[in-house]
Design a protein around this ligand. Structure first.
Ligand code: UD1
Ligand code: UDP
Length: 401
């Protein structure tokens, strides 16, 4: 029986969420295929390691233990990325995968991409083509470099496709259509790559997989005595917001200035916890804003679904708010998920009291019933199956020998 070897490189919170549907799609593929079984190994770089940023996601998402744990941990960009690169490279040399998969736009993504590309292993980038056009964001550098090393660029949106087209990529599988999720019944040869295709957003798949379980399992609303639609939910962790103490202060002030008495729950990312601690626990004893540790994926989905408004700088949380039909204010000056702005259920809020208040005021709160799964801009929640189907058709070195 033919075997194809995939290897995923992951290491942080959003990547655990994105990995789950890929693992499920591979299992489904293997249960149906007669001839091409996929073996899949997972390398965890250790970029996130605290229980509430790591292990808790493996439990909630029922992820298997990674095959390799690199234990890199936290540090400056060059140090962290370099250590990951050296350690991933060693594993690739031993494992010789047919395709390496990387996810999103973090230092783990870039390290996996560089290691694969330099060793000439075909590279698949899940969540390709997103751009903020802000080069000072570490994520923007990671995305651009990863895309330009990749052989398979799995885009989540039509805008991601046009961004790549503007950078000179020729789209092979999309037949010229800029919007719309594409099917993958096309045999591939090495000559056709790089392949650029809109498969939809894998985070939608994850949400569909976990929402039912989350609603059964989570007790988070009771824990914090929150009423459905009776509170705001906040997350911030972007370097652009947390590296500058005046921006952090501005965001916390803006939360206090929201003209509504609803409580505000703020599960705080460790990067932001460090900053708040350094700033002398700014407002930490606050009765209006409730600071807490990061929560599990299931708890987060339930918190998002039941909140009156989500305020966030997270890419994942923006999409989940949209998918759950919850109004969302982006605590940044731009977003990579521009399609979501068209619905008026998401607004750019910046970080000043006035701009945040005005964004909340102009939100379309009618969207709270949820978005019709068949016709929206993040696809149909079947992205992982498309990715696996396409990769299963790739000719491997054993086919060529
Ligand atoms: C990283 C990604 C960011 C992504 C985010 C998801 C990069 C450059 N950034 O940001 O794109 O949106 O993950 O959450 O890759 N820390 C802990 N425990 C942990 C992990 C981190 O305490 O398990 C603390 C450390 O003090 C560390 C800081 O958080 O220095 C930042 O962690 P790091 O992985 O460098 O970046 P993130 O802000 O998590
Ligand atoms: N998330 C979570 N608990 C939290 C905050 C976020 O489970 O306390 C989940 C969230 O639901 C989403 C993912 O983490 O699935 C997003 O990760 P993050 O915001 O860290 O990174 P980004 O998406 O911005 O890269």
């Amino acid at each position: 029986m033919e075997k194809m070897k995939l290897l995923s490189v992951i290491g942080n919170r959003p990547q655990f969420v994105k990995l789950a549907p890929i693992i499920r799609a591979i299992a489904e593929h293997n249960s149906l295929t007669e001839n091409r079984v996929i073996s899949h190994k997972v390398v965890h770089t250790g970029q996130h390691y605290s229980f509430k940023m790591n292990r808790i996601f493996f439990d909630d998402l029922e992820l298997p233990k990674p095959d390799f744990y690199l234990g890199v941990g936290s540090g400056p960009h060059g140090w962290q990325t370099g250590k990951m690169l050296a350690r991933v490279e060693k594993i690739l040399l031993d494992e010789k995968p047919d395709v390496v998969l990387v996810y999103g736009d973090t230092n783990t993504t870039l390290a996996g991409a560089l290691a694969a590309a330099k060793l000439h292993y075909p590279l698949a980038h899940i969540e390709a083509g997103l751009r903020s056009f802000v080069r000072s964001m570490p994520e923007e550098i990671n995305r651009v470099l990863t895309d330009h090393c990749a052989d398979f660029l799995f885009c989540p949106t039509g805008t991601a496709i046009s961004n790549l087209r503007n950078e000179g990529f020729v789209e092979i599988l999309n037949n010229g259509a800029l919007i719309g999720v594409q099917d993958t019944n096309i045999p591939l040869s090495r000559e056709q790559i790089p392949v650029v295709i809109n498969v939809g957003d894998v985070m939608y798949d994850s949400l569909l997989m976990s929402m039912g379980v989350a609603e059964k399992k989570s007790r988070i609303l009771d824990e914090f005595a929150l009423e459905p639609k009776g509170y705001y939910l906040v997350t911030i962790h972007r370097a652009e917001n947390t590296d500058d103490p005046t921006r952090v202060k501005s965001i916390i002030d803006a939360l206090h200035d929201i003209d509504d008495k609803k409580p505000i729950l703020f599960p705080v990312h460790p990067r932001t916890q460090n900053v708040l601690r350094r700033q002398g626990g700014y407002h930490l004893d606050d009765s209006r804003v409730r600071f807490t540790d990061p929560v599990s994926y299931c708890d987060m989905l339930v918190l998002e679904k039941n909140s009156a408004v989500v305020l966030t700088d997270s890419g994942g949380v923006q999409r989940e708010a949209f998918l759950l039909g919850v109004p969302c204010v982006v605590l940044r000056e731009e977003t990579e998920w521009v399609e979501l702005l068209e619905y008026d259920s998401m607004k750019i809020g910046g970080v000043q009291s006035q701009s945040v208040a005005s964004a909340i005021g102009s939100l379309n709160k009618q969207n709270q019933e949820g978005i019709n799964a068949d016709d929206h801009v993040l696809g149909d929640g079947k992205a992982a199956a498309r990715i696996v189907k396409l990769l299963a058709q790739v000719r491997t070195s054993s086919d060529i020998d």
